[in-house]
Design a protein around this ligand. Structure first.
Ligand code: SF4
Length: 291
């Protein structure tokens, strides 16, 4: 496969065919993100993508799933996305499920009709980095969208029949915005009501704008138990109909999985017990954490 630079994918796509259709991220401004700073955004030529598909076809049924990389590949034009999805069907007809990263901008640029066309061609799931439900935090990290626009994103994906998997980011507002970040993220989750939510923990990366702020003393990440307090508040505030919630990403100090709403009392009780104990021995050690 023609993989340019480091390839990122959601944990649940670990066994998927990773088809890189763009390089980098068209936004590339989120202050905490260091994934594509050295990789200018570009759409890969169809000839390269088609060569990858032909190469994958010679290996046979290695995976029934495909994930389209890089950062926000859904930003591609409808014409190109249709060409890619049709190409996957033609060359790899055993692929049953296709996923992609899409942010608020890239989903909302598409009409429901266009999203339905992508679903009909096999696009099953969009992983959406919401990060925060608080507009002040979203501006602070230059996310390039608002909480209200995230609700539109959720509505469009639901109407189009595409699974919406939401990512929220603990600690991204720092100590200063911690409370409003967690309260408003929980409230936004209620309004979006997605079937999947994953919580990740902010890792401040040197060389990013957030790293520079931290180095100057202008940003302070909440402590380990402050981050868990954010997680507690988000879940407490979130009123979800049928959602699989997880914090099993390697960045987190406490991996949990829960089906909401039925597991909410148990999950909140677990989090409260760990926070109140204040025992770092109950948390994932630093050496086991990663981006
Ligand atoms: S949209 Fe995603 S990939 Fe792009 S800069 Fe922001 S966090 Fe990074």
């Amino acid at each position: 496969m023609d993989h340019v630079g480091r390839i990122y994918r959601p944990p649940s796509e670990a066994r998927s065919l990773l088809l890189q259709v763009t390089e980098g991220c068209s936004h590339n401004r989120c202050t905490y993100c260091g994934m594509y700073r050295d990789k200018p955004f570009r759409a890969k030529p169809w000839s390269t993508i088609e060569a990858d598909l032909k190469g994958a076809a010679t290996k046979g049924k290695v995976s029934r799933r495909a994930f389209l990389c890089d950062g926000d590949a859904l930003i591609l034009s409808q014409r190109r996305l249709v060409q890619i999805l049709e190409g996957i069907r033609a060359h790899l007809p055993w692929i049953r499920r296709m996923g992609i990263y899409g942010d608020t901008r890239s989903v909302n640029r598409k009409s429901v009709t266009e999203l339905e066309q992508l679903r009909d061609l096999g696009l099953s799931i969009v992983y959406h980095g919401v990060e925060s439900g608080d507009d002040e935090v979203l501006r602070f990290v230059d996310k390039g969208g608002t909480a209200a626009e995230c609700i539109t994103t959720a509505e469009r994906l639901e109407e189009a029949g595409i699974i919406h998997s939401v990512i929220v980011l603990l600690g991204v507002g720092g100590v200063a915005l911690s409370r409003q970040h967690s309260v408003n993220t929980g409230k936004l989750l209620t309004k979006m009501d997605p079937p999947f939510v994953a919580a990740l923990t902010t890792t401040v990366i040197p060389g990013t704008p957030l790293g520079d702020l931290q180095a100057r003393g202008d940003f302070e990440l909440p402590g380990k138990f402050g981050l868990l307090e954010e997680l507690y508040t988000m879940i407490e505030q979130a009123d979800l109909c049928d959602c699989h919630f997880s914090s099993n990403h390697a960045s987190n100090y406490l991996p949990v999985r829960a089906d909401l709403p039925e597991d909410k009392p148990r999950l909140l009780a677990t989090l409260r017990a760990v926070i109140d104990a204040g025992d770092e021995g109950l948390l994932r050690p630093e050496w086991m954490r990663g981006l």
